[in-house]
Design a protein around this ligand. Structure first.
Ligand code: SF4
Ligand code: SF4
Length: 292
């Protein structure tokens, strides 16, 4: 088999968060010390495994909750960022952690997928953290759930962030037809790529990189093709697991989340996101948005 580029999402057993967002099942949940130790052990095993692979790998950590406040996750990202076969290592985070650790990472390879939670932090505190990342040349995207009551704050955030930092808005989909045309036009001024997320992409029978060059790994090393189709394909710690990676088509009706639909071949999103696929940073030049 020829060596491939892999896009891996990793989700360990950690499931806890220091924030308290009203819509989230992980709000103010905690893990016991022994649960955390177990999670860190699995994380270490995964990082060691990555170091032993020959493939070029992009990783996105998608924890159940907030893991970047935990030092072992910061250290894992630092270690991975120095591995020659890593193209990108990124993590979803609320950015509440101390950010000193980024100075030890290879900032050509790390990236943060940052979510702003207006009910949990002030705009000023949040912008200060983003400024720190910006000044330390760390790649990051910023985003928020597009609740109508938060749009004013998200607009302010857009004004305060450097123009070159992409600000995404996730469509709130729990209520059907939540947005009217004027809401959508307002959001498009913040996030010119909002349509991509607002849409539920028809995926049944469509060719998808998930399960071929993209897959999700859990704390045991079990892999699924993506977060949304739960069948176990194989385990990365079995020597011959690569035999399970092959072209596949989706068996769900829709794919409506960035970490899923970026894999849909028909959308050709490699063109839009180029090397920012994992951390959700599009090529802003497509919309003539200049970087700084
Ligand atoms: S920060 Fe994220 S994981 Fe934590 S409570 Fe809010 S939405 Fe949930
Ligand atoms: S289209 Fe989405 S749900 Fe279907 S296999 Fe691909 S990533 Fe998974």
């Amino acid at each position: 088999m020829s060596l491939q580029s892999w896009h891996i999402t990793y989700r360990g057993s950690l499931s806890s968060c220091n924030y308290d967002c009203g819509y989230c099942p992980f709000a103010k949940t905690s893990n016991t010390r022994s649960e955390l130790q177990e999670d860190y052990k699995s994380l270490d095993q995964f990082v060691n495994w990555v170091h032993q692979r020959q493939e070029q790998i992009r990783i996105l950590f998608t924890p159940w909750g907030e893991s970047l406040v935990r030092k072992p996750y910061q250290q894992a990202i630092i270690r991975l960022s120095h591995a020659p076969n890593i193209n990108r290592v990124a993590i979803q985070t609320n950015l509440s952690c101390n950010l000193e650790w980024v100075k030890k990472a290879n900032n050509a390879k790390i990236a943060l997928w940052v979510t702003y939670h207006p009910s949990q932090t002030t705009l000023e505190k949040f912008i200060n953290k983003c400024t720190y990342l910006f000044q330390n040349n760390v790649r990051f995207s910023v985003g928020s759930v597009g609740l109508k009551q938060d749009l004013g704050l998200i607009e302010q955030l857009r004004i305060l962030l450097p123009q070159s930092v992409y600000l995404w808005v996730n469509a709130y989909k729990d209520k059907p037809s939540y947005y009217n045309n004027s809401d959508i036009n307002r959001i498009l001024k913040i996030d010119p790529f909002f349509d991509l997320n607002h849409k539920n992409h028809a995926s049944l029978g469509e060719a998808c990189f998930a399960g071929e060059t993209s897959f999700m790994v859990n704390h045991n090393g079990d892999i699924q093709r993506c977060h949304f189709i739960k069948n176990k394909l194989a385990n990365i710690y079995d020597g011959n697991f690569t035999q399970s990676l092959k072209p596949r088509s989706c068996n769900l009706d829709i794919c409506d989340c960035h970490i899923g639909y970026i894999n849909l071949k028909k959308l050709n999103l490699n063109k839009v996101f180029k090397n920012g696929m994992v951390e959700r940073i599009p090529n802003l030049k497509i919309y003539n948005i200049s970087g700084e």
